[in-house]
Structure formats: C-alpha cells, structure tokens
Design a protein around this ligand. Structure first.
Ligand code: AMP
Ligand code: ZN
Length: 130
C-alpha cells in the first residue's frame, strides 16, 4: 500500500498507484458524466445495468471505512448528485423508475478499487447483477 500525499497538480490528496486518482488526474481516460471541484462521475467500464456510473471524491479516500465527520458535506453532495445525475443519464424518474446506489467496502464488501466510489445503477431490468 502506498501512502497518500498531496499531488503537485491539484489541491486533492492522491495516491500515485490508484487507478481512480489517475482518472481524476486525466492520465487514464474516462467517459465523464459530471465534474466539479470536489467530485468526478464517470461511466463504469464494465456496466451491470443500462445506466451505470461511479461518483468519486477527487481526493483519495480508500473506502467508506476511512470516513470521518470531516467528510460529511462531501458525502452528502455525492448522495444528492447521485439522483440528479441518474436523471441526466436517462433514468426514469422515481417512483416508476429510480436508481440503485451501491458502495462496496473492503474484501468482504466486494471492493475491488480502493478509492471510495458510489455506484449508481438505473434503467430497465433485468440487470447483470442483482
Ligand atoms: P468495486 O468492486 O465496488 O470496487 O467496483 C469497482 C468498479 O470500477 C467496477 O465496477 C469496475 O468495472 C470499475 N472500473 C475499474 N476500472 C475502471 C476504469 N478504468 N474506468 C471505469 N470504471 C472502472
Ligand atoms: Zn485514489
């Protein structure tokens, strides 16, 4: 595991070995859904549903297990953006449509990429994963 440090190219803490930090830095391409000073949303490379994108904080946070109350506003913003961006990406509005949010944490939680991300899934079922 590498240690986090502040990248010289931005104000956000980043991990040089983290694939999602590389997406934030633009050194790995992504299909962008939304970006602001705190967050980046991009399409999942291996979608489980007709609409499947990830919302990540630009700063490197390994997982939900690292969250503290200092992240309250950041995480609140991610949850608010989830619904807004789902509609933008074509989700049918609640309650007929809606969307699913998933956060995997640690090995038992099924987490593969260790940069906190919220999966947002929507669209007509069936989906590849429940
Ligand atoms: P998790 O199991 O919650 O850690 O999910 C990681 C997700 O990241 C998976 O759904 C992958 O398909 C997705 N993923 C991995 N690499 C990329 C990438 N370069 N661009 C977009 N999504 C990715
Ligand atoms: Zn990262």
């Amino acid at each position: 595991m590498s240690t986090s440090h502040t990248s010289s190219s931005s104000a956000h803490a980043s991990d040089e070995h983290c694939i999602f930090c590389k997406i934030v830095a633009g050194t790995i391409p992504s299909k962008k859904v939304y970006e602001d000073e705190d967050l980046l949303a991009f399409h999942d490379i291996n979608p489980w549903a007709p609409i499947h994108f990830l919302i990540i904080p630009k700063t490197h946070i390994a997982s939900m297990a690292q969250l503290t109350l200092s992240h309250e506003a950041l995480m609140g913003k991610i949850m608010v953006k989830a619904g807004e961006l789902a509609l933008q990406e074509g989700a049918v509005p609640y309650p007929e449509g809606g969307f699913r949010t998933v956060v995997n944490t640690g090995r038992h939680g099924g987490q593969e990429v260790h940069h906190l991300h919220v999966h947002v899934l929507a669209g007509e079922r069936p989906w590849q994963k429940i």
